[in-house]
Design a protein around this ligand. Structure first.
Ligand code: BV8
Length: 248
C-alpha cells in the first residue's frame, strides 16, 4: 500500500484521535449535522459549564444518551490497529484521544490519555471528591445528587467528568503529552479522525513540529488545521490504520 509508514527503532509515535475514529463503530461524529446541533441546541452550549448551570437535566440527557449509545457499539479495526501498534512499540507509543466513548480502552489500548474526559466517569460539581466510574444511564430529567455532599448535610449535584468548552484540560494530561514529545529521539505525530477545530488538541501538530516531528493526518475530509501536516491521507481510519504502519 503506497501509504505505508516505516517506523524505525528510534521513532516514538504520538497519535491523536477524534470522533472520526469512532464513526465506523456507529458513534456519530461531533459535527455530524453540519451545524453541530443536538436537539436544536448548539453542542458548544450543551457541552459547557454555562449550559450545565442553566439546565443540568438537559445536559445529563445529552450525556446519558451518549453513554447509553457507547455501551451498545464495539471498537472497529481502527481502534484495534492502534492497540496493535502500541503492543509493538510499548513505551515508544502514546495515544491522546479527544473521544469520550471509551472505545480505545475497550480495544485493549493501555497508553491512552483521554484529554476530554470520559462518558463513563462522573464527579461532583461542588465538592472535591475524585471522579468515579459510572455507567448509569440516568432517567430523563434526573440530575443525580452527590452522596458525599449529602453525608455532610450539604447539597451537591453530580456532573459528567468531561472537559467542556471553556474548561481547562487536565494539566497532568498535557504535561504527559508534551513530555513524551520532548523525550522522543525522533517523533512521528499522527492525527486521525479529527476536524482540527477544537483547541488545544488542534494545536498538538504545531507542538509536535517544534520537536521536529513528521506529521501525518488521516481523515475523511479536509481538516481545519490540515495545512499544518506534512501529509494528509484521505480515507477512513478503519481501513487506513490497519495497513499503515510497518515497524522495523
Ligand atoms: C480551553 C467534550 C481554555 C465534550 C470536547 C484557541 C485556543 C484555545 C482555546 C480556544 C481557541 N479558540 C476557541 C477556544 C475555545 C475552545 C475551542 O477550541 N472552541 C472551538 C469550537 C473553536 N476550546 C476549549 O474550550 C477547550 N478549553 O481552551 O480552555 C481555558 C483557558 C483558561 C481558562 C479556562 C479555559 C476545551 C475543548 C474541549 C471541549 N470538549 N469534548 C463532549 O465530547 O461532549 S470537544 C469535542 O470536539 C469532542 O471531544 C470532539 O472529539 C472534539 C473535536 O471534534 P473532532 O473529534 O475533531 O470531531 P469532529 O466531528 O469535529 O470531526 C470528525 C472528523 O472525522 C471530521 O473531519 C470527519 O471528516 C472525520 N471522519 C468522519 N468519519 C471518519 C473520519 N475520518 C476518518 N475515518 C472516518 N471513518
Amino acid at each position: 500500500m503506497s501509504d505505508r509508514i516505516e517506523i524505525d527503532s528510534d521513532t516514538w509515535v504520538l497519535v491523536l484521535t477524534g470522533a472520526g475514529v469512532s464513526a465506523e463503530s456507529g458513534i456519530p461524529t461531533f459535527r455530524a449535522s453540519p451545524d453541530g446541533l443536538w436537539e436544536n441546541h448548539k453542542i458548544e452550549d450543551v457541552a459547557s459549564p454555562e449550559g450545565f448551570a442553566a439546565d443540568p437535566s438537559l445536559v445529563w440527557r445529552f450525556y446519558s444518551e451518549r453513554r447509553a449509545k457507547a455501551k451498545t457499539v464495539d471498537p472497529n479495526p481502527g481502534h484495534h490497529a492502534l492497540r496493535a501498534l502500541e503492543e509493538k512499540l510499548g513505551d515508544r507509543f502514546l495515544l491522546a484521544t479527544q473521544n469520550v466513548d471509551g472505545l480505545h480502552g475497550r480495544a485493549g489500548s493501555k497508553r491512552v490519555v483521554e484529554i476530554h474526559g470520559s462518558l463513563f466517569k462522573t464527579r461532583c460539581a461542588f465538592c472535591e471528591r475524585d471522579p468515579f466510574d459510572d455507567d448509569v444511564v440516568y432517567a430523563d430529567n434526573e440530575v443525580p445528587g452527590c452522596g458525599s455532599c449529602a453525608e455532610r448535610g450539604e447539597f451537591g449535584v453530580l456532573r459528567p467528568h468531561i472537559v467542556w468548552f471553556g474548561e481547562m484540560l487536565d494539566p497532568r494530561d498535557l504535561h504527559r503529552i508534551s513530555r513524551f514529545m520532548s523525550n522522543a529521539p525522533k517523533l512521528l505525530f499522527i492525527a486521525a479522525g479529527t476536524s482540527g477545530a477544537v483547541y488545544p488538541a488542534a494545536g498538538f501538530v504545531n507542538n509536535a513540529r517544534r520537536f521536529g516531528a513528521h506529521t501525518v493526518l488521516i481523515n475523511a475530509d479536509p481538516a481545519d488545521n490540515g495545512s499544518q501536516f506534512h501529509r494528509w491521507i484521505q480515507g477512513k481510519s478503519g481501513s487506513v490504520l490497519p495497513e499503515l504502519f510497518h515497524v522495523r
